[in-house]
Every structure is written in structure tokens, then in C-alpha cells.
Design a protein around this ligand. Structure first.
Ligand code: TYR
Length: 181
């Protein structure tokens, strides 16, 4: 279980945010819009244990039998080690990792932003200038070695450039009692 890697919900693909454990059970945090509680995943095999969307956009998937790794997939496949989840300030450099467009970087532009999707509004998101595309959802946002959040949505693309919002990761960690692994 590595941040930025793909997983599948039926035929649709999302991305792993960060490896976590809950009481010895391995899994990962990802986007809430990727699956409801009870939905199953393949590659890796898991089950959504909790999911909040809209309002929030976070979820966690238990994936017993898989090995959680304390890193995300960086540039050229390098391991970027996760050492904590202290939120970075506006203006900080940030990068994201996802299964469609890989490792992409930008700047934090705003905390506590609200975005209205067709399904409803999500608040408490962070806006960045890093690009993303469909399938990158749920993937990792990291600043230095500090986990920031999971990809929610945005506009643009990685050819012309884009704006991407992430759900800060500390809320699902505390709501679900998860530990970054
Ligand atoms: N929301 C998209 C998904 O579900 C991810 C995405 C992010 C799409 C930013 C577009 C965008 O500009 O995969």
C-alpha cells in the first residue's frame, strides 16, 4: 500500500492517499467520492470502512493482508517518506502523487475553500496550483515529508495546467482513529 498507486472500485480507478493502520489492520485513506462504506476494492483488495462525501471528501479502506508502506510514489518512482501530517501554510510548495498523472507539484493557494460538485458542496478543502486529472482522486498531497491531504477535484489538466483541491488528511485520521504508517 503506497500513496499514489492505483486501486479499483469495479471498473473505475482512484488513487491511494496514505497508508494507515487501525488497531493492527492495514489500509489507506483516500477520497470519499471514490466509494461508500461497504464498497469493495481490488488491487489492492479492501473494503471502505467509512466515507464522507459531500460535505467532506475523505474515506478509509481496510486492506488486510497488504503491507502498508510509509511513503508515497515520487518523481520517477522514488520513495517520498512520510514523517507526519503537519499542515503547511499558504505559499508552501506542495506535490501530489496519483495513478493518472504521477508526481506533480505546485503551491498552496488557500485553506478552507469550498467547492461545489454536482453531488453537493465540500468545505474545508485546500486549493493548490498542482494539476490533476480523473483517476488521480484520492491520491496523496505532500509538502516536504508532511502528509497534507487527498485529491478531491479541480479544473484544468496536466497539459495546460490546473487547479486542484485536496481534503486535509488530519480530519479522517482523527475521525476514524487511524495512524499514518
Ligand atoms: N475528481 C477527479 C477524480 O475523481 C480527479 C480530478 C482532479 C479531476 C482534478 C480533474 C481535476 O482537474 O478522479
Amino acid at each position: 500500500i503506497i500513496g499514489g498507486n492505483p486501486y479499483y472500485i469495479g471498473s473505475s480507478r482512484c488513487s491511494i492517499g496514505f497508508s494507515v493502520t487501525k488497531g493492527g489492520t492495514p489500509g489507506f485513506v483516500t477520497a470519499g467520492h471514490c466509494g461508500r462504506r461497504g464498497a469493495t476494492t481490488s488491487n489492492p483488495t479492501g473494503t471502505f470502512q467509512g466515507s464522507s462525501f459531500p460535505g467532506n471528501d475523505y474515506a478509509w479502506v481496510a486492506a488486510p493482508g497488504n503491507t502498508p508502506r510509509p511513503w508515497v510514489k515520487g518523481s520517477g518512482g522514488a520513495n517520498v517518506i512520510v514523517r507526519g501530517s503537519t499542515q503547511a501554510v499558504v505559499g508552501s510548495s506542495i506535490c501530489r502523487s496519483g495513478s493518472t498523472t504521477g508526481w506533480r507539484c505546485g503551491t498552496i493557494q488557500q485553506h478552507n475553500a469550498s467547492v461545489t460538485y454536482p453531488q453537493g458542496t465540500v468545505s474545508g478543502l485546500t486549493r493548490t496550483s498542482a494539476c490533476a486529472q480523473p483517476g488521480d482522486s484520492g491520491g496523496s498531497f505532500i509538502s516536504g515529508s508532511q502528509a497534507q491531504g487527498t485529491t478531491s477535484g479541480g479544473s484544468g489538466n496536466c497539459t495546460s495546467g490546473g487547479t486542484t483541491y485536496h481534503q486535509p488528511v488530519n480530519e479522517p485520521l482523527s475521525v476514524y482513529g487511524l495512524t499514518l504508517t
